[in-house]
Write a protein that binds this ligand. Structure first.
Ligand code: ADP
Ligand code: MG
Length: 221
């Protein structure tokens, strides 16, 4: 059997006395796409922060490509070595950099031809060329989200984590963004974990839907 891209083995995560993740296990294969639903406070963002390597589990282990990435003692694999692209609800662009610099930041000052070609493709798909010299404070909500997505994909990550990325957009803009994101994820063969409390978004991105329930991921079927 092929080694999973991500394996989460019996992790527990508690804050003070609150149990957030409770013996959660899960595997994601290469090119798999899943959606995760769950009410506010159910631990969705906590799970993503553990996958990113921003937090350690209290028990259990996370592996990436079969290699240990996190355990209760160590963040073995640093967040920037995990080949992840992350998009949050808040676009979190760097305010002091123009859009071009924001997008190129993950690939450094001298990007390879491959990186430049990928970024060119992303700007084309998301109609970002007119925005490149602007600063984040001059962008609309939808424009900021497009830039955040381009920045998340610029370094050609293996796995994309999206944490309620389309919340707060109006319906028409949300639908446009969904179609655009789906096309880019398909074109670039990414794996995806899409987190939202919106069933329509979750179903759109994957028929493989999980619910965060009592600290575990339960497959909806
Ligand atoms: P969701 O993303 O599903 O809304 P979160 O993962 O953000 O849920 O939060 C799950 C629970 O963990 C909540 O009860 C939240 O208050 C708690 N929590 C999250 N981060 C922290 C933290 N850094 N310190 C203390 N409690 C936290
Ligand atoms: Mg959250």
């Amino acid at each position: 059997m092929k080694t999973p891209l991500l394996s989460i083995n019996n992790i527990h995560k508690t804050y003070d006395k609150t149990i957030v993740l409770n013996n959660l296990s899960f595997e994601l294969g290469h090119h798999d796409k899943i959606s995760v639903m769950g009410p506010s406070g159910s631990g969705k963002t906590t799970l993503l922060r553990l996958i990113m390597g921003l937090e350690k589990p209290n028990k259990g282990e996370i592996k990436i490509n079969g290699q240990s990435a996190s355990n209760p003692k160590h963040i073995v694999l640093a967040p920037h070595h995990r080949q992840l692209g992350v998009v949050f609800q808040n676009a979190a662009l760097w305010p002091h950099m123009n859009i071009e610099k924001n997008i190129y930041f993950p690939v450094g000052k001298n990007p390879s031809k491959e990186s430049s070609d990928l970024i060119h493709y992303l700007c084309e798909q998301m109609n970002l060329f007119p925005l490149l010299k602007k600063y984040p404070k001059h962008l609309s909500g939808g424009e900021s989200k497009r830039v955040a997505l381009a920045r998340a994909l610029a370094a050609n990550p293996t796995l994309i984590l999206m944490d309620e990325p389309l919340t707060n957009l109006d319906k028409a803009l949300k639908e446009k963004m969904m179609i655009m994101i789906e096309k880019i994820i398909q074109d670039t063969h990414k794996s995806l974990i899409y987190v939202s409390h919106d069933i329509d978004e979750c179903e759109f991105f994957s028929s493989n839907i999980y619910h965060m329930k009592e600290g575990k991921l339960i497959h909806a079927s």
